[in-house]
Design a protein around this ligand. Structure first.
Ligand SMILES: Cc1cc2nc3c(=O)[nH]c(=O)nc-3n(C[C@H](O)[C@H](O)[C@H](O)COP(=O)(O)O)c2cc1C
Ligand code: SF4
Length: 542
C-alpha cells in the first residue's frame, strides 16, 4: 500500500516537475491536491527526487501555511477581523482570513465555505464579491469601467481590442517607461513606490533573462481586491503585465497567485489559453506578430501575510523557507534565481493598461497631484454595504461615507481599521483624513493595500488591537529577534492590561515595546507590527 503511494507520488513528480529545488512549492501543491495533505513518505520521495535534504523540505513545509501535513476535517471558523467582529461566539477550531470578509462570519470545512446566519453555518457554493456603486464619488470608474464585460474574452476584445498592448509593441520599451513616469503611477501593493522608478532601476541591469512577477499573493486579512481583479478582469491584468514585461525587456512573466485562490488561478489560466487560441500569444510565446517573445507561467503561492512581501515571495519560488531576504540587493538587481526581477501588484498593472488605453492626461484628471488615479478599497465590517469600491485618491473618509452611502444611519461607524495589521485604528473624529498613499497621519495609519473595516460601538477597540497583534505574532516568520520575540510580548502585554481600569502606568512600556519592534525588525511585517498599538495608545487608551 505504502509502496504504491510512493510510486504514485514519484510518477506525479516525474511527469510534472524538473528535479530541482525550485519545484518544491508547486510539487507540494500538486501532492496536496491529489492526497489532501503531504505525508512523511511524500516528503521522503520529494527529498530523493528534488535532491534536497528531508530536513530542509520539512523546514520549508512548516513555514508554508497553505501546505498541510495532516487533514483537518473539522469546521474551522475564520478569525480575520471582519469575521471576528461579526461573530458572536467563536469556537476553538479556527483558521486565518479566508478573504470573504464581505460575507463574515464564515468558516471552512474540507475546502468548502460556510456562512453563518442565525447562529448556524450553512454551505455556500460560491460567494460573489459585491461591487459598491462609486457614481457618487467618481465621474467614471477607471479599473471597474465596463466590469461586467471584462471577464469574457469576446466582450473584452470587442471593447478594448488589446489596443493598449498593440500600441505598446509599436513603441520602444523606454517610451513606455516614460509614459508611466509621466502618469505618476505608484504601486498599489501597499508601499506606493513609483512604478516607473522601479522599472528604470531594472532597465539599468542588462541581462538576457529577466523576470516580471505579478504579485497576486494577497495574504493580508481584510483585502480581497486582487481576487476580484483576477476573477473579473483577467484580460486587463494580463495585458498590463505583458506591457510591463515588454517595457522592462523581460524574458519571463510569472503570475504568483495565493495558493488558496483556486478560482483566480483557474480564471487566469483559462484566459491565457483563450489569448493563445486567438493568436494574441502564439505557442512559442510571441506576442501578436511582433518579435517580442515571453515565457508566461502561473505559480501557486505559499500563503500568509509575509509571503506577499516581495523577497519572501522570491524565496518560496526558489523552494526556500517563507522568510524575507535582506535588502539590498533589491530584486531589480538580484531577484529570483539571482536574476533582475521586477515585482508589481495586480492592481498596479491594471492601471498600466488603463493609462495606455486612455492617456496620461485622462489619468491625471483623477485623484490628486502626488497620487493620481484611483484605489480599490476592500470594504467590510459593520458597514451597510460590504464589497469593493473604487475611490479617487485623496477623498476624505467623511466624503466617502457620505457620498457613497456606506453607513447605516441607525448604526454609525465609530472607528475604522484601515490598512490591515500593519496600520491601525482611526476614530470618527479623524474622518476628515484624506485617503492616499504613505502615512495618513502621525500615528502610523496607512491605507496600504486598501483594507477598510468599519466598526460600530459594540466592540471594544482593545479587542481589535489584540486580534491584529495576535495575527502579526502568528505571521512572524521568526527570522529576526525583535519581531519573533517582540510580537508575542505585545500580545501578552495587551491581554494583561485589558481588564485593568488604571491603564495609564503601562502606557509608556507598551509604547516603547511597539516602537522598538518597528525600529529593529528586519522586514515590513515587523517594521509595522507596532503601528496598531501606537494608534490605539494615541486615540483609545484610557
Ligand atoms: C508583510 C507584507 C505583505 C505584503 N503583501 C503584499 C501582497 O499581498 N500583495 C502585493 O502586491 N504586495 C504586498 N506587499 C508589498 C510587496 O512587498 C511589494 O512592495 C509589491 O508587491 C510591489 O508592487 P507595487 O510596486 O506594484 O505595489 C507586502 C509587503 C509586506 C511588508
Ligand atoms: S520582521 Fe518578522 S516577519 Fe520580517 S523577517 Fe523579522 S521575524 Fe520575519
Amino acid at each position: 500500500m505504502q509502496d504504491n503511494q510512493n510510486k504514485n507520488t514519484k510518477e506525479l513528480l516525474i511527469s510534472n516537475f524538473k528535479p530541482q529545488k525550485s519545484s518544491l512549492l508547486q510539487s507540494l501543491h500538486m501532492i496536496q491536491k491529489e492526497n489532501g495533505f503531504v505525508s512523511e513518505n511524500d516528503m521522503l520521495v520529494l527529498s530523493r527526487y528534488l535532491k534536497v535534504s528531508k530536513s530542509e523540505i520539512y523546514g520549508a513545509i512548516t513555514s508554508y501555511p497553505e501546505i498541510h501535513t495532516s487533514i483537518n476535517s473539522e469546521l474551522q471558523e475564520c478569525t480575520g477581523l471582519s469575521c471576528y467582529i461579526n461573530n458572536d461566539k467563536v469556537s476553538n477550531n479556527t483558521t486565518d482570513c479566508k478573504f470573504k470578509c464581505f460575507e463574515g462570519p464564515i468558516a471552512i470545512q474540507n475546502h468548502n465555505l460556510y456562512s453563518k446566519s442565525n447562529g448556524k453555518y450553512t454551505k455556500t457554493n460560491s460567494l460573489k464579491t459585491p461591487i459598491i456603486d462609486s457614481s457618487g464619488i467618481l465621474d467614471k470608474p477607471v479599473l471597474l469601467e465596463n466590469i461586467n464585460q471584462k471577464k469574457n474574452f469576446e466582450s473584452y476584445n470587442s471593447i478594448y481590442k488589446f489596443d493598449a498592448l498593440r500600441k505598446t509593441l509599436n513603441k520602444k520599451p523606454m517610451d513606455i517607461i516614460n509614459i508611466i513616469e509621466e502618469s505618476g503611477l505608484k504601486g498599489r501593493g501597499g508601499a506606493y513606490f513609483p512604478t516607473a522608478t522601479k522599472w528604470k532601476m531594472a532597465s539599468g541591469n542588462k541581462s538576457i533573462q529577466k523576470y516580471l512577477i505579478v504579485n497576486c499573493e494577497e495574504g493580508e486579512p481584510g483585502v480581497f481586491k486582487d481576487r476580484l481583479i483576477m476573477e473579473n478582469m483577467p484580460y486587463m491584468l494580463i495585458e498590463g503585465a505583458i506591457i510591463a514585461a515588454y517595457a522592462n525587456n523581460c524574458s519571463d512573466l510569472v503570475f504568483y497567485i495565493n495558493g488558496e485562490a483556486e478560482k483566480s488561478f483557474q480564471t487566469l489560466k483559462n484566459s491565457l489559453i483563450k489569448m493563445q487560441q486567438n493568436n494574441i500569444i502564439d505557442k512559442n510565446g510571441m506576442i501578436f506578430d511582433s518579435d517580442y517573445k515571453l515565457k508566461i507561467k502561473l505559480e501557486s503561492g505559499a500563503g500568509g501575510y509575509v509571503c506577499g512581501e516581495e523577497t519572501t515571495l522570491l524565496n518560496t519560488m526558489e523552494g526556500k523557507r517563507r522568510e524575507p531576504r535582506l535588502k539590498p540587493p533589491f530584486p531589480t538587481e538580484k531577484g529570483v534565481f539571482s536574476l533582475p526581477t521586477i515585482i508589481n501588484n495586480a492592481e498596479t498593472l491594471c492601471n498600466v493598461t488603463y493609462i495606455l488605453n486612455h492617456s496620461v492626461r485622462e489619468y491625471k484628471k483623477i485623484g490628486i497631484k502626488d497620487f493620481p488615479g484611483t484605489k480599490l478599497l476592500s470594504v467590510s465590517g459593520h458597514f451597510k454595504m460590504n464589497g469593493i469600491i473604487e475611490i479617487p485618491m485623496g477623498i476624505t473618509i467623511n466624503d466617502l461615507l457620505d457620498k457613497a452611502k456606506l453607513e447605516n444611519p441607525s448604526d454609525k461607524i465609530k472607528y475604522l481599521a484601515i490598512g490591515g495589521p500593519s496600520s491601525g485604528l482611526l476614530p470618527r473624529s479623524e474622518f476628515d483624513t484624506s485617503l492616499k498613499g504613505g502615512f495618513l497621519n502621525s500615528s502610523g495609519i496607512m491605507m496600504g493595500a486598501g483594507g477598510f473595516i468599519g466598526i460600530n460601538s459594540t466592540i471594544d477597540p482593545i479587542d481589535i488591537i489584540i486580534n491584529l497583534a495576535e495575527y502579526n505574532a502568528d505571521e512572524s516568520c521568526g527570522k529576526c529577534t525583535p519581531c519573533r520575540e517582540g510580537t508575542p510580548r505585545l500580545v501578552e502585554q495587551l491581554k494583561q492590561i485589558k481588564p485593568i481600569s488604571d491603564k495609564e502606568k503601562y502606557k509608556d512600556e507598551l509604547n516603547l515595546l511597539a516602537e522598538t519592534v518597528n525600529l529593529a525588525s528586519l522586514c515590513g511585517l515587523g517594521q509595522a507590527a507596532g503601528n496598531p498599538i501606537i494608534s490605539y495608545l494615541k486615540y483609545f487608551y484610557d
